[in-house]
Design a protein around this ligand. Structure first.
Ligand SMILES: Nc1ncnc2c1ncn2[C@@H]1O[C@H](COP(=O)(O)OP(=O)(O)O)[C@@H](O)[C@H]1O
Ligand SMILES: [Mg+2]
Length: 380
């Protein structure tokens, strides 16, 4: 279903595909605006269902459950982009889906995503498709090493990625990448010698209005986001370029909702886009505590057709993910002034599992780290 530009009235029900922390924080942001959320996910007791009074616990390909879900809600969005594309298409025939299913098809496939970026003239790391082991040999010959073999689908937090160094055996690399993914297909990407990883969280409304948060710096540990520093200590020029790239992407996709655009800053000061997340993004969690409108509220505003809110920050922030046993410090963190603790209601901490995050605020323009940037830049 398409069209519908008038906002859905308060009391309307937002269906969310996926039951993780992003759905939880979206549902929590929907409540003050008077909307209700209905979660659809395969597992009970997950972070999002804990804060919603409506949930459908069913497989993503359960046609009957999907049909009933479509009937029960006024609009559907997702917090997890790896739902089967067919699921999104079935839903889109029966209920408003925002962002539209074509976006999902692009963003859940690294090859389609890179081809899309190339088609609209946005720079990425050099890449080549590797649909099977023979194609992998050709791709590596073309791209060179060091490179990274990534599964085109179902990857997150570095899963499904294998570094290709000078001595790496390609057969072994393929087996490792394809291991847990049925019918795996790959993409080879040149390893980028970046000086910094940044991201832009951008929102686009039903009428095409745009709003973007300031670019932030992301530091990863073991391929998992460990820390986000807002704003990123980059020049005003780069900041402008990063924002413009993010805006161009959502416009080209006719996107509605919030998107996280991950980027590399190269040694020679260029920006390469790494990947797109068609939903609120981990690097936007700081906006909950530091901005007039959080990324989750923006996402709700966009999908129900309200005007977007103000992305301006009232504070600078450092967001730290609480991964695995980090969460054991909850009591200390809860007692720390200027620290905002968010826990996701997950069960046992496991290594690599995102259990929550903590955002520390500091006055705007006075970064926490001494080496962040010259403060004058923060004034523009
Ligand atoms: N081409 C690349 N060059 C250098 N580092 C990379 C490259 N691709 C990924 N990485 C590193 O691995 C991290 C995770 O990879 P990414 O493609 O974002 O997948 P995901 O976040 O879905 O696991 C990136 O944030 C970056 O630190
Ligand atoms: Mg990523």
């Amino acid at each position: 279903m398409t069209a519908q530009t008038a906002p859905l009235p308060p009391g309307s029900i937002i269906g969310i595909l996926g039951g993780g922390q992003l759905g939880r924080m979206t549902a929590l942001a929907a409540a003050p605006l008077g909307y209700r959320c209905h979660i659809y996910c395969p597992e009970a007791g997950v972070p999002a269902t804990q804060v919603c009074d409506r949930a459908t616990i069913a497989a993503y390909d359960d046609a009957e459950a999907l049909a009933a879900f479509a009937q029960a809600v006024d609009v559907v969005t997702y917090e997890f982009e790896n739902v089967p594309a067919a699921t999104a298409e079935v839903l889109a025939r029966n209920v408003l889906l925002r962002p539209r299913p074509e976006v999902l098809a692009i963003c859940q496939d690294r090859l389609k995503e890179k081809d899309f970026l190339r088609a609209i003239g946005i720079a990425t790391a050099a890449y080549a498709p590797a649909a099977d082991t023979r194609a992998l040999g050709r791709a590596v010959a073309e791209i060179g090493r060091p490179a990274i073999l990534k599964s085109v689908r179902m990857g997150y937090d570095g899963k499904g990625q294998v570094p290709l160094r000078s001595g790496t055996d390609l057969g072994e690399a393929w087996a490792e990448m394809a291991g847990s993914i049925p019918d795996a297909s790959g993409i080879v990407e040149r390893r980028v010698e970046f000086t910094m990883e940044i991201s832009v969280v951008v929102a686009r409304g039903v009428g095409g209005d745009l709003a973007a948060y300031v670019p932030v710096e992301n530091r990863h540990e073991s391929h998992i986001l460990a820390q986000t520093i807002a704003p990123a200590p980059i020049s005003a020029k780069l900041r402008g370029e990063a924002g413009a790239i993010a805006r161009r992407i959502v416009e080209a996709l006719d996107f509605v909702g919030v998107m996280g655009v991950e980027m590399f800053v190269t040694e020679d000061g260029h920006i390469l886009v790494n990947e797109l997340a068609p939903r609120p993004h981990n690097s936007g969690h700081w906006t909950l505590d530091a901005c007039a409108t959080s990324q989750f509220e923006q996402h709700v505003r966009a999908v129900v057709g309200l005007p977007l809110g103000d992305c301006e920050r009232h504070s600078d922030a450092t967001m730290k993910n609480l991964i695995g046993s980090d969460v054991e410090a909850w009591q200390e963190l809860a007692g720390e002034p200027q620290a905002h603790l968010h826990l996701y209601g997950k069960g046992a901490p496991r290594p690599g599992r995102k259990m929550g995050h903590v955002t520390r605020l500091s006055p705007r323009g006075n970064p926490l780290r001494a080496d962040d940037t010259d403060a004058s830049e923060e004034l523009d």
